[in-house]
Design a protein around this ligand. Structure first.
Ligand SMILES: Cc1cc2nc3c(=O)[nH]c(=O)nc-3n(C[C@H](O)[C@H](O)[C@H](O)COP(=O)(O)OP(=O)(O)OC[C@H]3O[C@@H](n4cnc5c(N)ncnc54)[C@H](O)[C@@H]3O)c2cc1C
Length: 329
């Protein structure tokens, strides 16, 4: 199935996936409307830490399998996208400090990335970061400049004509049978105000601290199966303790807690490709690397829409890889 350039494409969801997809399609000359009922940035993309971290996400995420090549390919699409929407990427790298330094250093060497051990830390330049708030705003501006219409409304059914692309994060159940495969993973994240310069992103065991113009960002819990967005004081206290163990100079800084809900497929990779529901393309299940993956997902979706080759990672992301699984829908 392909879409003619005169046909309207509806994108449901204005998170990292939906906005990158809309921009890619509009830049190819398609008529695109993005619909989302949430206020700007009130989604997983808006609260995220913004790490573009193929190296440590492979080395530290217990669920990571053979995904390093895919994550690196996604990261390598960011410089051109960032340039085109006028945002800076923080390319100062990331370091790990924790109980498993020997293992983590060995893992990085096995991945073949440039890295080094400095004192009690292992450091790589290969993990980058963006500011999600800045990136969301810039993507919206670039999308509108490219001709995209942004509408504050929910998609409840198939549009009367044209193609529907679901980039609905952890929501949208009922719009396509495959969405029944998604599991929510709630995450708490803290924004600390002020404090010293903490250097590059610091990763620990179950916690990370990112530098931020206003202070630091501390993340993030992984609460499997939880979809509410209530702030839980015990989770906040746990994150604070973990962050202070990593960087004691963060003690006593004022913290504000936020939550977001990620969506995860059974294998941790997104579903990108045609739904079993005719006329519907899926771009969901970003789990904890939605910002990192967004340009690669947008490129694949744009190729599907145009009837082109969706690229070397299409089979890894194809929703049909779960066809023998119960979708619950
Ligand atoms: C605490 C935390 C920290 C994170 N840190 C990082 C990080 O450092 N790096 C990284 O790469 N990723 C990170 N992530 C993951 C990343 O945020 C997500 O993977 C990514 O933002 C998902 O983007 P999305 O566009 O798929 O979904 P979302 O950002 O959730 O957007 C989906 C949108 O769809 C809308 N929607 C839902 N239903 C409908 C409907 N029926 N009609 C219209 N619109 C609808 C919603 O309102 C929402 O705005 C983090 C996530 C969390 C929670």
């Amino acid at each position: 199935m392909t879409s003619k350039s005169s046909e309207q494409v509806t994108v449901a969801g204005a998170g990292a996936f939906g906005l990158c997809i809309a921009l890619a399609l509009a830049r190819r000359g398609l008529s695109v409307v993005v619909r989302d009922p949430a206020s700007f940035g009130d989604n997983a993309s808006g609260v995220a830490a913004g790490m573009l971290a193929p190296v440590f996400e492979t080395a530290l995420d217990p669920a990571a399998t053979d995904t390093f090549g895919l994550l690196m390919a996604a990261r390598d699409l960011w410089p051109a996208l960032a340039d085109s929407i006028g945002i800076d990427l923080d390319r100062s790298g990331a370091a790990y400090y924790g109980a498993h330094i020997g293992k983590v250093a060995a893992r990085l060497r096995a991945l073949g990335v440039s890295s080094g051990i400095y004192g009690d830390r292992v450091y790589t330049r290969e993990d980058w970061r963006l500011s999600p708030g800045v990136a969301m705003a810039a993507l919206r501006v670039a999308a509108v400049q490219a001709g995209v219409t942004l509408a504050t409304s929910e998609v409840n059914s198939l549009p009367d004509s044209g193609l529907l692309i679901l980039a609905t994060g952890a929501e949208g159940a009922g719009l396509a049978p495959e969405l029944g495969l998604l599991t929510p993973i709630k995450g708490h994240i803290l924004r600390l105000e002020g404090g010293p310069d903490i250097g590059p992103v610091m990763r620990g065991d179950g916690v990370y601290v990112c530098p931020d113009p206003a202070g630091a960002v501390v993340g993030a819990t992984m609460e499997h199966g939880v979809a509410d967005r209530m702030v839980d004081a015990a989770r906040v206290a746990g994150l604070r303790l973990a962050a202070e163990a990593l960087l004691p100079e963060l003690a006593d800084l004022k913290a504000t807690a936020f939550t977001g809900v990620r969506a995860a497929t059974p294998d941790g990779l997104p579903m990108v490709g045609w739904s079993r529901r005719p006329g519907v393309l899926l771009a969901v299940g970003a789990r904890r690397n939605g910002w990192l993956l967004a340009p690669l997902v947008a490129r694949a979706v744009a190729a599907y829409v145009a009837g082109e080759d969706p690229g070397p990672y299409a089979a890894r992301l194809d929703p049909r890889r779960f066809d023998n699984k119960e979708t619950g829908a």
